[in-house]
Design a protein around this ligand. Structure first.
Ligand code: 4NP
Length: 149
């Protein structure tokens, strides 16, 4: 099972989601799950995650790594599940060439929270990053339960 998290810049929410999910997979000893993240936008390609995201995650023992990349059509072949952080990301994914709608879900909707967004922390204060991590830790636990059972 290959899971791709997608946000706008791939420097705040989706790399955080990738790191949270990887930590859960490792701590629970779940085999056979590969995780990656990407952004719909191209502004931050090749950049590390936002230092505010890295710092907030570190406080919880979650390590964010990797460099930003943009989502590409081949992701629809390479991944089994593509989780959009918000409804705008979701719409962008579905409008892409080669989009496979059967693989694309809204993260919080899959986590059983309804059609709501993981709020974009980029233009806000530090506490936005903690809120995002709270949402991701709760949601990833539900999603992992669903995909590993
Ligand atoms: P992300 O946050 O989508 O969670 O990575 C953002 C990062 C950068 C920008 C917007 C959102 N930006 O406009 O550059």
């Amino acid at each position: 099972m290959r899971v791709l998290f997608v946000c706008l810049g791939n420097i705040c929410r989706s790399p955080s989601a990738e790191a949270v999910m990887r930590g859960l997979v490792e701590s629970r000893g779940v085999d056979g799950i590969e995780i990656d993240s990407a952004g719909t936008g191209d502004w931050h390609i090749g950049h590390p995650a936002d230092p505010r995201a890295i710092a907030a995650a570190n406080e919880r023992g979650v390590e964010i790594g990797g460099l930003a990349r943009q989502v590409r059509s081949s992701d629809f072949e390479d991944f089994d599940l593509i989780l959009a952080m918000d409804q705008s990301n979701h719409a962008t994914l579905l409008a892409m060439d080669g989009a496979d709608a059967s693989k694309v879900r809204l993260f919080r909707e899959m986590a059983g929270e309804g059609e709501i967004d993981v709020p974009d922390p980029y233009f806000g204060g530090e506490d936005g990053f903690d809120l995002v991590l709270d949402i991701l830790e709760r949601g990833c636990a539900v999603v992992l339960e669903e995909i590993s059972s």
